[in-house]
Design a protein around this ligand. Sequence first.
Ligand SMILES: C[S@@+](CC[C@H](N)C(=O)[O-])C[C@H]1O[C@@H](n2cnc3c(N)ncnc32)[C@H](O)[C@@H]1O
Length: 210
Amino acid sequence: MSKLERNWQYAEQYPGETEAQMRARRLSLELGIEPVSRSTAAHLSGVAALSRARAICEIGTGVGVSGLSLLRYDNEATLTSIEIEPEHLREARTVFADAGIQSSRLRLIEGDALHVMPRLNLAAYDLVVLDANPTELLDYFEHALTIVRPGGCVVVPGAFSHGRVPDPAARDEATQALRDLLALVADSPAIASMLSPAGDGVLTLVRQAG
Ligand SMILES: C[S@@+](CC[C@H](N)C(=O)[O-])C[C@H]1O[C@@H](n2cnc3c(N)ncnc32)[C@H](O)[C@@H]1O
């Protein structure tokens, strides 16, 4: 194993998780859902805590690993989470309830993010997480920029598309969408961007105020 692989593995195993996160992770795998990795979950918790995000929006609930991570350190933060699969959302409701998250802190919306996002309030969210269908990422991003407040963050887990983004031979639609987003934000004066190799890559963007 190379030094870089050892670093990555260490960072992946380092974060502790709550019982609820671990249960949701097991359930995700049983249902064939790919939850955010442990280091990505810790990154989401950290960004939420650092930015003191109170209003959070997530695209792609799964059964709640990322959602629990986003709400982990602030008992007053609220989560609006959009999920297209009714079964995933049903399981997520149970996961959040078992974790003791009050229903008043949650707005779980069943539907296609491309239809739901345009109906959300403008500049209303401190933090927006995009973790649904990567081939639709550029459309999600366009909507995310309208619903995140100036100074707020947009986070994209899975930014390496299973390691394919850095591979020039990979040309599938999801990989290309991620490359397009990375290129779009790289030199934007309106968006500060950070690409971390945690998990399968995490892209963190800050919409600059003004
Ligand atoms: C990678 S999983 C999300 C995992 C979750 N964020 C977690 O860490 O536990 C992607 C989820 O997005 C949902 N999804 C896919 N396309 C969607 C769309 N257009 N709108 C809303 N949800 C979508 C899938 O059903 C799936 O549950």
